[in-house]
Design a protein around this ligand. Structure first.
Ligand code: PLP
Length: 342
């Protein structure tokens, strides 16, 4: 299939990850994460984050988020999230299921982002025994509408959360795009700003599959390995989940790919801005572009074979760019739009 903009997970495996995967496929190795690749990637992630964090691997983002959140909550606790958060809108109740019932409490916020005031409002709403006790704030970085939290924005929310006895979780399905966009160190955007647990997305940045769950507060990871196993998330040939990360983290390949995806989104946004009748719905700060388009353009694009979603986030047409999106394909989309809207 030609390149599409429906999701960054339409893209294949990037060559560096594939090479690392092939390199790991050389004979026998210990199972269940006792292998040398898993150890090396975990060490590499500790170096990247400049701290002695605890690292686990899950097959996908829903599992990583659900299990990470479950490790922060008792069943009578609640998790404050943005109303557009993937954990609430796209995980089929996974976080509630794996936490045995911790309730998600959605809050509003401009551009897909929570604010300290919004979080405070939810915490202060009720403190009686009849309402679940707030225990976690979860932030999506980059957000579901393609914006990013600045380190100071994360820090302000985390400071409030910690002062109220809450933990901070980050859904980093597109963490790479956020780091590339802000050009800050991964440490500054996470634990230095107060994040306790990060789900670092691998799939959308070009791995075959898999996300890393990174605990900056090691105490929170107690028994997490058992939680993964029980949930069917302990890969027996774990080296094939972990090894591709090596290719990605070597020489900042992950950032190069994320910068490219972000640049393609920028190119698309700049083109859309020149089309009367198209309106960008959010600042384009990562690899996603959301636009309000006339029905004739949406139907016309689909009739010409373009795939994209119109139900995600706050509505509008969503176009996602990936590590391999070509400028030619972006320009072809823009040319079709220009024709359809003239
Ligand atoms: C894609 C995505 C995930 C992970 O989804 P899976 O399909 O379970 O891998 C999590 N959070 C966000 C914001 C996402 O976009």
């Amino acid at each position: 299939m030609e390149q599409q903009f429906a999701s960054d997970n339409y893209a294949g495996i990037c060559p560096e990850a594939l090479a690392a995967l092939t390199a790991a496929n050389a004979g026998h190795a210990p199972a269940y994460g006792e292998d040398e690749w898993t150890r090396r990637v975990s060490d590499r992630l500790r170096a990247l984050f400049e701290t002695d964090c605890d690292v686990y691997f899950a097959f996908n983002g829903t599992a990583a988020n659900s299990l990470a959140l479950a490790s922060l909550c008792q069943s009578y606790h609640s998790v404050i999230c943005h109303e557009l958060a993937h954990v609430d809108t796209d995980e089929c109740g996974g976080p509630e299921f794996f936490s045995n019932g911790s309730k998600l409490l959605p809050a509003k916020g401009e551009g897909g982002k929570l604010t300290p005031a919004a979080v405070e409002e939810v915490i202060a709403r009720r403190s009686d025994i009849h309402y679940p006790k707030s225990r976690v704030v979860t932030l999506t970085q980059a957000t579901e509408v393609g914006t990013v939290y600045r380190p100071a924005e994360v820090a302000a929310i985390a400071e409030l959360a910690h002062a109220r006895g809450l933990r901070v979780h980050m859904d980093g399905a597109r963490f790479a795009n956020a780091v590339a966009s802000l050009d800050v160190s991964p440490a500054k955007l996470t634990w230095r700003a107060g994040v306790d647990v990060l789900c670092f997305g691998g799939t959308k940045m070009g791995l075959p599959a898999g996300e890393a769950v990174v605990f900056f507060d090691r105490g929170l990871a107690e028994d997490f390995a058992y939680r993964c196993k029980q949930a069917g998330q302990l890969a027996s040939k774990m080296r094939f989940l972990s090894a591709p990360w090596l290719g990605m983290l070597e020489g900042d390949v992950w950032l190069r790919h994320a910068r490219h995806a972000n640049a393609m989104a920028r190119r698309l946004a700049d083109g859309l801005a020149t089309l009367p009748g198209a309106k960008l719905l959010f600042p384009v700060e990562a690899n996603g572009v959301f636009a309000a388009l006339p029905a004739v353009a949406i139907d016309g694009l689909r009739a010409r074979g373009w795939r994209f979603y119109t139900f995600i986030g706050a509505g509008g047409a969503r176009f996602m760019c990936a590590w391999d999106t070509t400028p030619e394909r972006v320009d072809a989309l823009l040319a079709d739009l220009r024709e359809l809207m003239s």
